[in-house]
Design a protein around this ligand. Structure first.
Ligand code: SF4
Ligand code: MG
Length: 338
């Protein structure tokens, strides 16, 4: 398996200014020392509640926000030390699709203009050949040539997301980061766009980093899943390990919140209480301890690291001090007081 993206020790701290002198008085630790690898042709999802750092991770990889620390190796090349100019060249290989493509599409440009501009910037094809390519791209994403000269507002949300996908594809990327790319769409349209992304992956050997808060979507599209909480990875594994054999109490809690497809299968509910604490002063030790029904004293002091335990598949890791005790039932969930 070829490594497409290798993220190591990535940190993204945003300074908080304050006081009379406008000094940096603190930091929002949006992403705090995360590492993972994505292999060619796979779909890896990052899932977690809002504020967990998943979108920031995507933006930091692309250097839309300059990472505070860490390494991002894409296709064998370190991105964090490239000049802005060299980085722009790599944007051809590394595309991002956002939740609302309309926001990033100029309303006065026709669809053809949008695609033409993307190809012009990256010097894809001579001008004369682009029109033909634009029609091909539109057909590839399920639109047609008659729609090429229309304006974005003439399209539905699902169609606009198809235009966004066509724009990303127009520069022949290797990796596409999908940041809540289907979150604004109705469920039936979501499924269509997800199916399209899967077809395109086959056709063009694409690799996806899929960022979503929606576990149903993540279950549909992913090969592997990364669960983030307050800037840290708490669990990582293949889709089945995460959905069928989750070990981290936070992952279990997230999964408790979605309906069970098979009602005959019993499910232990862990109900999440309280809000996600602030990433400015995240809880010491395990960041989940303020909401974890299994938390012990050590959880408040020592930060658990990702590790593999008995009955966990290859590549399945969780960051919790008590994986085995929770699994065997020797550590029982506490009832939280209201
Ligand atoms: Fe809960 Fe402690 Fe495990 Fe954190 S380390 S998830 S607080 S049991
Ligand atoms: Mg987000």
């Amino acid at each position: 398996k070829k490594e497409m993206l290798k993220v190591e020790g990535l940190k993204q701290y945003f300074p908080i200014k304050g006081g009379l002198m406008g000094r940096t008085i603190n930091h929002v630790k949006a992403v705090d020392d995360i590492s993972f690898t994505i292999y060619e042709g796979e779909t890896v999802s990052i899932v977690g509640e809002s504020g967990c750092g998943k979108s920031t991770t995507g933006r930091s990889i692309l250097r839309l926000e300059e990472p505070t620390d860490g390494s991002v190796v894409f296709n064998g090349e370190e991105l964090t030390t490239l000049s802005k100019r060299e980085m722009r060249k790599h944007r051809k290989d590394l595309q991002i699709i956002f939740q609302d493509p309309y926001a990033s599409i100029n309303p006065r440009q026709t669809v053809a203009d949008v695609l033409d501009e993307a190809m012009t910037i990256q010097k894809i094809l001579p001008a004369k050949q682009r029109r033909k390519r634009i029609i091909e791209l539109l057909e590839t994403v399920g639109l047609n040539e008659y729609q090429a000269d229309r304006y974005p507002h003439e399209f539905s949300g699902g169609q606009r997301q198809r235009i966004g996908i066509a724009r990303a594809l127009s520069v022949n990327p290797k990796l596409i980061i999908c940041d809540e790319a289907v979150s604004a769409l109705d469920v039936s349209i979501q499924a269509q766009v997800l199916n399209l992304l899967e077809e395109l992956q086959e056709q063009y050997q694409l690799t996806y980093l899929f960022i979503s808060h929606d576990l149903g979507v993540v279950r549909h599209i992913s090969d592997r899943v990364i669960v983030m909480y307050l800037g840290k990875i708490v669990e990582i594994g293949d889709k089945h390990s995460i959905f069928e054999n989750a070990k981290h109490p936070y992952t279990k809690a997230l999964l408790s919140a979605i309906p069970v497809p098979d009602p005959t299968r019993e499910k232990k509910h862990i109900v999440l209480t309280g809000d996600v604490p602030s990433p400015i002063d995240p809880p010491a030790g395990c960041r989940f301890h303020t909401r974890c029904p299994f938390a012990q004293d050590i959880c408040k002091k020592e930060t658990p690291v990702l590790g593999t335990y008995a009955a966990m598949a290859d590549g399945h890791e969780a960051a919790c001090h008590f994986v085995e005790e929770i699994e065997s039932g020797t550590l029982q969930a506490k009832e939280f007081e209201e």
